[in-house]
Design a binder for this molecule. Structure first.
Ligand SMILES: [Zn+2]
Length: 408
């Protein structure tokens, strides 16, 4: 799954600054993280391995010249040894080095088509977060980041300074968990070298980005949401990376914005997609064979990556469908809808297993009326206002869905 050179050169993805800021905010102690030089020379897909962090959190960063998905293979009973696999990553020679902080040492070696990362810890520890950062401003490599915390750190709690406890308090008072902002990942479809559909005077990628920004601004203004964009410039971000951004961000909702095209230009209206069971395997196979992400058959954004197909969960799909219905109910007030406006398809960006996700086709760029609407900032913003309303409604009911699905 080698990426085109353009993907590695892509620049100006300033949203990753935002992304990094988000992670930094969650992991305060990493703010002072200092990168140390790699202990081994570049080897195959692995550019270098570096470490940072403090006593309470240690970060290990595997710099790669390609995108990769990782998974934990095994953890020893005393939690002093974790083994991870990085799929489709290979090396010319094994690498290893001394650790830092919690990490005693590490080793990377080839293992049947993937790279195996062995992490030895000084004491029992667990992996607090793992995520992939695609190339961003001035950084040409992918970074697979693993944050490790001591084993007794509670789940879902960012490591931080221990609060001062008044000695006279006889009994511990239960503390309500801090209200977490909902994390919304907005994915502006296409970008950079991939312009998407073409209208008479506009490109889909530009419309998608403008809409994504409008939606972001709406959501951020409420103070209730933390918004992460898969891109906020005209840059190319590959699809698996978009999915990983959603997962790495621990997103509560993923919305991908696209604009349709097709037919003789008479079709118009918005439609929305959630992930389907049927056909996704078939599309996945086709996509793998083609190694391409814009198949020409309808819908023209369809593409699936095999590794993600089997990861979908019914609960997530149900929540996606609920949200999709809310979006269509709301935008239907201001925007024409396609007759069959709720659809299911195997879009790769909808395949993060634990993130309810929809793909909204906002209208047809090759229809004159739709294009006029999509390129007009006022009507576009109005539509995004309706999407924001749908997001509000979705989370108003979130507790109910959560209890139904046994979620979080
Ligand atoms: Zn598209």
């Amino acid at each position: 799954m080698c990426l085109p050179a353009d993907a590695l050169k892509s620049k100006g993805v300033s949203n990753f600054k935002r992304l990094k800021a988000v992670f930094a905010a969650g992991l305060v102690c990493l703010a002072a993280a200092v990168a140390v030089p790699a202990m081994a020379a570049p080897s195959g897909d692995v550019v270098r391995v570096r470490m940072g962090g403090s006593g309470s959190t240690t970060r290990i960063v595997i710099e790669l010249d390609k995108s990769a998905a990782g998974k934990v293979v095994s953890t020893s009973a005393d939690q002093t040894r974790h083994v991870l696999a990085l799929g489709d990553v290979s090396m010319d020679a094994p690498m290893s080095g001394a650790g830092q902080g919690i990490i005693k040492d590490w080793a990377l070696e080839n293992d049947m088509g993937s790279a195996r990362l062995k992490l030895n810890f000084r004491t029992g520890a667990r992996i607090y977060k793992r995520f992939l950062l695609p190339p961003a401003d001035g950084i040409s490599v992918y970074r697979y980041v693993i944050d490790v915390v001591p084993g007794d750190t509670p789940m879902n709690t960012a490591p931080k300074a221990t609060p001062v406890v008044t000695a006279t308090v006889a009994q511990a008072t239960p503390v309500a968990p801090a209200k977490r902002k909902k994390v919304i990942v907005i994915d502006a479809g296409h970008g950079g070298k991939d312009p998407g559909a073409r209208g008479s005077k506009s490109w889909e990628k530009d419309i998608n980005l403008a809409a994504a920004k409008a939606l972001r601004d709406r959501l951020e203004k409420t103070g209730r949401y933390k918004v992460i964009m898969t891109r906020d410039t005209d840059s190319f971000v590959d699809l698996p990376a978009r999915v990983r951004i959603a997962r790495g961000a621990d997103a509560d909702l993923f919305i991908s914005l696209h604009s349709d095209s097709g037919g003789d230009g008479t079709a118009r209206g918005a439609s929305i997609y959630t992930l389907s069971d049927s056909g996704s395997e078939r599309i996945a196979k086709k996509a793998l064979v083609k190694g391409d992400w814009s198949l020409n058959d309808m819908p023209n954004d369809a593409i699936v990556s095999r590794i993600l197909v089997d990861l979908t969960q019914r609960a997530t799909k149900n929540r996606s469908a609920t949200f999709a219905q809310l979006v269509m109910d709301n935008i239907g007030e201001t925007t024409p809808l396609l007759k069959t406006s709720l659809r299911q398809a195997g879009f790769v960006v909808l395949l993060a297993p634990d993130v309810p996700a929809v793909l909204l086709e906002m209208g047809f760029v090759n229809n004159a009326k739709d294009e006029a609407m999509l390129t007009d900032s006022r009507s576009r913003d109005a539509m995004m206002g309706q999407v924001a309303k749908a997001i509000d409604k979705y989370f108003e009911n979130d507790v109910r869905y959560a209890s139904l699905a046994g979620f979080r």
